[in-house]
Design a binder for this molecule. Structure first.
Ligand SMILES: [Cu+2]
Length: 294
């Protein structure tokens, strides 16, 4: 009786320790910020509980059998060969457990692939070693920029103390509105990269010559960080992803400002092209005049 209660107490304290470690540990998944991320997180925790139950069950029976039936207590090994009942049980039970785990996982994967009717679409292009973003559809359509690592070289070379978001900070964040379905179209310009933002439940390869897509709807405003998750060359560790989720009004303001910036940049480019063209015309005219004079 005493043994039993000691065992129960030990078991319960292990479980309590385990669940307190699971919540808010830096080794755990980040706090989920989208429906998909929440699904992934919940299933991850349930699977760990299942693993723990199997671990305790299997090792409990094993240690009990070994200790209770040891030779020094006078036990003799049984000498049987075959038990159809046991074989059926140890095949059927794991199968049922696997099906029970695969069912919700499959549902989540199908939901992850459902990129239909987005509120906005953004193309993300992987480059060695940065990301390019083009807002293709929805509010902010036409915005286009590159997003590069902004951690100073001095920090990389240990000449300065490392900052809070060391290697997880960029010059231009990918800005999106909260509560809107954002479809991300992915491709790459050189080698395979992968766009991975754990808090939003996204991990998708960006493959040159192919288009892949994924989506998220951010639950809360905030800054969510990720990284390229496909070994893509020497600066693979230096192409982070920063998603900045703003409330609707702040996003509208950001988009309007960014669009003005983009269009004036486009206008400037157009003007300089025009100037270059007219400059060329003048040069041609001058040249023609020159040859006439000769
Ligand atoms: Cu990469």
């Amino acid at each position: 009786m005493r043994n039993k209660s000691v065992a129960t107490l030990a078991g319960m304290s292990v479980l309590a320790l385990y669940s307190s470690m699971a919540v808010g540990s830096k080794y755990n998944f980040p706090e989920p910020q989208s429906v998909i991320a929440q699904d992934i997180y919940d299933q991850h925790i349930v699977l760990l509980w299942i693993c723990l139950a199997i671990f305790i069950g299997v090792f409990g029976v094993m240690f009990y059998s070994v200790l209770k039936h040891r030779k020094s207590l006078g036990y003799k090994a049984a000498n049987f060969h075959h038990s159809t009942t046991v074989e059926v049980i140890w095949t059927v039970i794991p199968c049922l457990i696997l099906v029970a785990m695969a069912w919700p996982a499959t549902k989540t994967i199908i939901a992850m692939k459902d990129t239909s009717s987005p509120d906005m679409t953004i193309k993300a292009t992987g480059y060695q070693w940065m990301w390019g973003y083009d807002y293709l559809q929805g509010e902010g359509e036409g915005i286009s920029f590159f997003s590069k690592l902004s951690t100073p070289r001095a920090q990389l070379q240990n000449r300065e103390p490392k900052g809070e978001n060391y290697l997880l900070e960029v010059d231009n964040n990918l800005v999106v509105p909260v509560g809107k379905k954002v479809r991300i179209i992915l491709t790459a310009n050189d080698v395979i990269h992968a766009w991975w933002v754990p808090a939003l439940g996204i991990k998708q390869d960006a493959i040159p010559g192919f288009i892949r897509d994924t989506w998220f709807t951010a639950d809360n405003p905030g800054i969510y960080r990720g990284q390229c998750a496909e070994l893509c060359g020497k600066d693979h560790g230096y192409m982070p992803i920063v998603v900045e989720v703003l409330d609707e009004a702040a996003y509208a303001k950001w988009a309007a400002e960014k669009l003005v910036g983009t269009s004036s940049a486009v206008n400037l480019a157009a003007v300089s092209t025009e100037m270059a063209a007219s400059g060329a015309d003048e040069a041609v005219e001058a040249a023609e005049e020159n040859s006439d004079n000769n």
